[in-house]
Design a binder for this molecule. Structure first.
Ligand code: ZN
Ligand code: FE
Ligand code: FE
Ligand code: FE
Length: 163
């Protein structure tokens, strides 16, 4: 599809992150299951519910635009998740697996918040002020998830240092 305007690009990117959220939703329960650290398991489980909320917000944004809810393959999230799954297969030590999943999940959160940040700024430029609040709410949740993962990653490093 040829993109001829910021409006087209905005819609295209909404479909991209809508696809990405669906893929993430499929992987999170397996990551929760494989986590050894109780707090990490809880963080992944909590993010399943947040991800469902984010998918709902995107559906609202499509509706506000009068567009049908649709997705477009996002090769970036496919690559990030493919790398995560390979790492999870390769890491046999449970402690190392936790560290690997924290790192992989942070890559996911960073991808998501750059997308939501861009979408919120385009929505503002395009005058879709009703969508701005929704996109910023999701952006802030992704940033919150990343902050939590950073804290868990640091706690993990500290445990290794005293072990
Ligand atoms: Zn496209
Ligand atoms: Fe998300
Ligand atoms: Fe993408
Ligand atoms: Fe997320």
């Amino acid at each position: 599809m040829k993109l001829t305007s910021l409006q087209d690009l905005y819609l295209h990117t909404l479909k991209d992150i809508y696809y990405a959220e669906q893929q993430i939703l499929k992987e999170l329960p397996g990551m929760a299951e494989k986590a050894s650290d109780e707090e990490l398991r809880q963080a992944f489980t909590d993010h399943v519910a947040e991800t469902e909320t984010q998918i709902g917000r995107l559906e609202q944004v499509f509706e506000m635009l009068g567009e049908t809810v649709d997705s477009e393959t996002c090769p970036a999230i496919d690559g990030i998740l493919k790398e995560a799954k390979k790492l999870m297969r390769d890491l046999e030590d449970p402690e190392a697996l936790d560290a690997g999943m924290i790192a992989a999940a942070q890559a996911v959160e960073h991808y998501e918040f750059t997308r939501y940040g861009t979408l919120a700024s385009w929505a503002r430029t395009l005058g879709h002020s009703d969508a701005v609040a929704l996109l910023e709410a999701s952006r802030d949740e992704e940033i919150g998830a990343d902050v939590k993962l950073t804290r868990l990653g640091e706690a993990w490093v500290n445990r290794q240092a005293v072990a």
